[in-house]
Design a protein around this ligand. Structure first.
Ligand SMILES: Nc1nc2c(ncn2[C@@H]2O[C@H](COP(=O)(O)OP(=O)(O)O)[C@@H](O)[C@H]2O)c(=O)[nH]1
Ligand SMILES: [Mg+2]
Length: 472
């Protein structure tokens, strides 16, 4: 029986025995998309990134009332908004859309609202539900507290999110502390469910045209930062604003840029020197600046001026390509969706722990699943490995990380093979890795923890081989 099936069966039993609504919800979520929260400081670019990921202008990006409430964006048959209240009730809420953004009429003070749920027909949201959170350390301590409570790996709310995208604008002591608090130390809150984004990457170095390259260097440096790497193993530079604009660019916006691009080069350079100069040219330009940012405007004018793009569709594609959003989607697929099963099971089992007394047979059942399922063993080992608690030589560390699924869950990811590697190559690589780790597991001089880890790595290889045989 698969991990997910085993977890479903246990949750079904728990719901039948207890009739606890919280457990029924946890059971239901096992069949829903992975829940991914977007977290970071106020104005880190969370709502903008969410729009870029969905490819639609949905989340409001100013500091209106609703940006203070945790808001879920999930796939659904039509556009609906539901407000879940702290008193346990839920109500449908009216909303309007201004420039695409969903403006919700809360009808009551924000502090009475637990969360909002926006349903949108979206193929992207079928893969994962995205959760927009208010900023941490934001203007009001209350909003900040609400976000932290929502994300912290404690209390009932821990089961609300399976994974998190954490936005960093600059590496900041507060960010690291926040991440440390979020990831518990027990293997329950492992860093394997966090992906880092160096956000607003286009603004790095004064919005010059090489900003994204510079951002790539900064992100690479973050990825080697010891403290950060333990908490959030990948950091992708992303300009969410460019991604959102690329997905929603309008003809009129292209025309405004084309007009500027038609000017003599000296005039263009003069005009694009600062945001203020460009914006002084009228409302259209001011709006465009809000939509694309100074970098996006400069890039757009340059591409049109040099004849690299000649219409709105071409410019939209160029903005999307530069935004880094495609790379981020790729990382989400390998790091989070590839691990969706174990992440969802983990949340559901955590709900059992929270809702039932420690000694109960159902809680014991949850513990048995966690102890027995190889996916959980891998998750725990990955956590130990990354927090420096496994005595592994450096040359083996990277291999073990990869084998345990650290850079993606497919056999090719785990064995470090190219995307198109044929089945025989996978089988050969798995066999030799299996033999290597088995030897280490049996080696009398290996430390005990290392032997345990090596046994698990060998088991992973066996799993890959078994899967190959089934296919072949
Ligand atoms: N230049 C630039 N500005 C951005 C980017 N992402 C967000 N912003 C701007 O930063 C401000 C805050 O963005 P928002 O998404 O509301 O941040 P949140 O508070 O984290 O949700 C808005 O004015 C956005 O237009 C980006 O990638 N590049
Ligand atoms: Mg926001």
């Amino acid at each position: 029986m698969s991990l997910l099936d085993e977890t479903r069966a246990l949750l079904d039993r728990a719901v039948a025995e207890t009739r606890d609504a919280r457990l029924a919800r946890a059971r239901g979520r096992l069949d829903e998309p992975l829940r991914v929260a977007i977290a970071g400081k106020l104005k880190a670019g969370k709502s903008t990134l969410l729009n870029a990921l969905i490819g639609e202008e949905l989340a409001p990006t100013d500091a209106g009332e609703c940006t203070r409430v945790v808001t879920w964006y999930a796939d659904g048959p039509g556009y609906t908004v539901t407000s879940y209240l702290k008193d346990g009730n839920a109500e449908a809420r009216p909303f309007t859309r201004r420039d695409g953004a969903v403006r919700i009429d809360l009808g009551r003070p924000a502090d009475q609202v637990e969360r909002l749920e926006v349903r949108v027909p979206s193929a992207r949201l079928r893969r994962h539900t995205l959760i927009d959170t208010p900023g941490i350390e934001s203007l009001s301590a209350d909003v900040s507290a609400r976000t932290t409570a929502f994300l912290e790996a404690e209390g009932e709310r821990a089961t609300r999110t399976d994974a998190v995208i954490y936005l960093l604008r600059h590496l900041h002591g507060g960010d690291v502390r926040f991440l440390e608090a979020f990831h518990g130390d027990d293997g329950a809150g492992t860093p394997v469910n966090a992906v880092g984004v160096l956000s607003r990457a286009d603004e790095i170095g004064g919005c010059r045209l090489d900003a994204m390259t510079a951002a790539g260097r900064v992100a690479a440096r973050y990825a080697t930062d010891e403290r950060l790497r333990k908490l959030c193993p990948v950091v992708v530079p992303v300009a969410g604003l460019l991604g959102a604009a690329g997905a929603t660019l309008r003809e009129g916006e292209f025309r405004v840029l084309a007009q500027v691009a038609a000017l003599p080069l000296d005039d263009i350079l003069e005009l694009l020197l600062t945001a203020d100069r460009f914006a002084a040219g009228g409302d259209d330009r001011r709006r465009l600046l809000t939509r694309l940012g100074l970098f996006g405007v400069r890039l757009g004018v340059r591409l049109i001026h040099e004849g690299d793009v000649s219409d709105a569709a071409g410019l939209a594609a160029a903005l999307t390509e530069r935004s880094g959003i495609t790379e981020l989607r790729q990382v989400l697929t390998t790091h989070l969706e590839g691990r969706a099963e174990v992440l969802k099971a983990r949340s559901a089992l955590a709900a059992l722990d929270e809702c039932l007394p420690p000694g109960s047979p159902l809680v014991a059942g949850a513990e048995r699943i966690r102890a027995g399922a190889h996916e959980f063993v891998e998750l725990r080992l990955l956590h130990q490995l990354r927090s420096g608690r496994l005595p592994v030589a450096d040359d083996r560390r990277a291999e073990l990380d990869r084998l345990l699924g650290g850079v993606g869950g497919t056999p090719r990811d785990r064995l470090g093979l190219a995307a198109g590697a044929p089945a025989e190559e996978i089988a050969d690589a798995a066999k030799s890795a299996q033999a290597r780790w088995q030897r280490l597991a049996e080696h009398p001089l290996s430390a005990r923890d290392l032997r345990t880890a090596a046994r698990a790595a060998a088991r992973t290889c066996e799993g890959i081989l078994a899967g190959q045989n089934q296919q072949g």
